[in-house]
Design a protein around this ligand. Sequence first.
Ligand code: THU
Length: 134
Amino acid sequence: MDIQNLIQQAIAARKFAIAPYSHFEVGALVVTDSGKIFTGCNIENSTYGLTVCAERVALFKALSEGETMFKYVVVVANTPTVCYPCGSCRQVISEFAPKAEIICANLQSVYETYKPQELFPHAFGPEDLKHNGG
Ligand code: THU
């Protein structure tokens, strides 16, 4: 898979960002094990707290169409260094795309890659729900 091409597709997805409050536009995409690509952008809301990040939009689009196995998660923004996923997205990526490579990039196509465990060690997961505090 051509990483630079994926970053360009995430940059293209960023054009749909709805970010009138922060003016921080983010593009993302996920690639399934079968090679399908689902893009996303951040979608802000006037109540602020209902804002959804680009990574989660991309991942939820894929999950809602039955995709469960992911090779890549790409996130890109106009940052001097690369753009890293926020804490909420790290939780969601760890749970739903634990084997993916996370590609953190900027508009100059500078990028770094991480596994979910590297960006979010000791994630809470479904296993933890089995231990009801005991
Ligand atoms: N944002 C993302 O979409 N992804 C990230 O990884 C970081 C933050 C969005 C949320 C909000 O719309 C704006 O960027 C500023 O936080």
